[in-house]
Design a protein around this ligand. Structure first.
Ligand code: GLU
Length: 445
């Protein structure tokens, strides 16, 4: 790391003690900026780097709620409004027991550059709570969401900050939060949240967008080598929204996804995933991956090791941060994997990324490869602002175009800074320079 960048990193570590995921995300971006600053030293002037690593605003609040047995619980709510150079803060809300300030900050920081790559005029933010929706009744989830929104409502708005879903937050939660926002404000601001239901301002393709985009990105990377996904064996981790629609798009492009996972283990289905059954189990029944195996002859549940122990051509980590470490990367490479496209945010550890890059395989980092979700959120905002609705084909064509542009921007930036084929450098350099140019234009704010 260059001296100037190293100093900024040290300050981040000192100022944000113990927030290891945030340190990791900042390190990964700053490391890429060496060649950018060497070529354009003005990016290190005016404390621009110091400003970009400091959130514009951090909100932390109490979320009290009452369970079905009458017991009172207290969770912690977060919204980190990281950077508004390019547009209103935009990013999801995560409800998961692991959530803390450092995790929300890492996600918010990633979101700045991801959103810049989409070129849709959206700033970066993230939020959530350490609330665990698993095993909670609909009524409990509703009361939690209402309490959460009672505080959040004063900080957000269609031109200010536009939250959406992430892990643990889907259509049900967005519905309860939108209902409470509308009631508090006495205003039908459809554009205040994205990921809404289709009957009340949602966009077609938003549900599918992150998973679809991750696979489209893999397809674009393969195309640079004159290859495609056709006939490839695909390993997917996770069994949420991103994983399910990555599997769907991979199948549409002629590949065979054979795995998925949740916290109870991973499933190997050598015949190819039965997508209808997986949707029934996870989307309709909110069940576990074991329920799939019970109803699918030939599929097996493995409760030790990880999905990355299975040999395959393409890996799509779609579960959570740091789910794929250096050992897993070595195992994947030994198994013949030649493409990794990240559906989750920061799923590969720095050791894993290093192993992939050393081996020279195609590696698409999350901030580029999973940007299709937030890009389609921006399309939802666009439809809300115009009080219009596009059909599926129109929305999907726009998503496909945006993913192709992101891919090409990464390729061009990697070439410009002397490391052709390095999508990590490409994504970080292209995302950073777009945000930095506008921060310079806006002055010291
Ligand atoms: N949570 C998603 C992400 O990580 C989507 C955010 C959004 O749609 O605002 O990008």
């Amino acid at each position: 790391m260059q001296d100037v960048v190293e100093k900024v990193y040290e300050q981040v570590v000192a100022r944000n003690r113990g927030e290891v995921e945030f340190h990791q995300a900042v390190h990964e971006v700053l490391e890429s900026l060496g060649p950018v600053i060497a070529k354009h030293p003005h990016y290190a002037e005016g404390a621009l780097l110091e400003r970009i690593v400091e959130p514009e605003r951090q909100i932390m609040f109490r979320v009290p709620w009452v369970d079905d047995a009458g017991q009172v619980h207290v969770n912690r709510g977060f919204r980190i409004e990281f950077n508004s150079a390019l547009g209103p803060y935009k990013g999801g809300l995560r409800f998961h027991p692991s959530v803390n300030a450092g995790i929300i900050k890492f996600l918010g920081f990633e979101q700045i550059f991801k959103n810049a790559l989409t070129a849709q005029g959206i700033g970066g933010g993230k939020g959530g709570s350490d609330f665990d929706p698993h095993g909670r009744s609909d009524a409990e989830v509703m009361r939690f969401c209402q309490s959460f929104m009672t505080e959040l409502a004063r900080h957000i708005g269609p031109s200010t900050d536009v939250p959406a879903g992430d892990i643990g937050v889907g259509g049900r939660e967005i519905g309860y939060m939108f209902g409470q926002y509308k009631r508090l404000r006495n205003s039908y601001d459809a554009g205040v949240l994205t990921g809404k239901g289709l009957a009340w301002g949602g966009s077609l393709v938003r549900t599918e967008a992150t998973g679809y985009g991750t696979v489209l990105f893999a397809q674009s990377m393969l195309a640079t080598k004159g290859e495609s996904l056709e006939g490839k064996k695909v390993l997917v981790s996770g069994a949420g929204n991103v994983a399910i629609y990555a599997i769907e798009k991979a199948q549409q492009l002629g590949a065979t996804p054979i795995t998925f996972s949740d916290s109870s283990g991973y499933v190997v289905d050598e015949a190819g995933v039965d997508l209808e059954l997986l949707k029934q189990v996870k989307e309709v029944e909110r069940g576990r991956v074991a329920d799939y195996v019970e109803r699918r002859p030939g599929a097996r549940l493995v409760t030790s090791g990880s999905v990355w122990d299975v040999p395959g051509d393409v890996a799509l980590p779609c579960a959570t941060q740091n789910e794929l470490d250096g050992d897993a990367a070595a195992t994947l490479l030994r198994g013949g994997c030649g493409v990794v496209s990240e559906g989750a945010n920061m799923p590969s550890t720095p050791e894993a990324v290093e192993a992939f890059q050393k081996a020279g395989i195609l590696f698409g980092p999350g901030k580029a490869a999973n940007a299709g979700g937030v890009a389609t959120s921006a399309l939802e905002m666009e439809q809300n602002a115009g009080r219009t609705r596009w059909d599926f084909a129109t929305a999907e064509a726009k998503l496909t175009g945006i993913m192709a542009d992101i891919h090409d921007s990464c390729v061009a930036a990697a070439e410009e800074y002397g490391r052709p084929g390095d999508y990590v450098l490409g994504a970080n350099a292209a995302g950073f320079t777009r945000v930095a140019d506008v921060m310079i234009a806006h002055g010291i704010v």
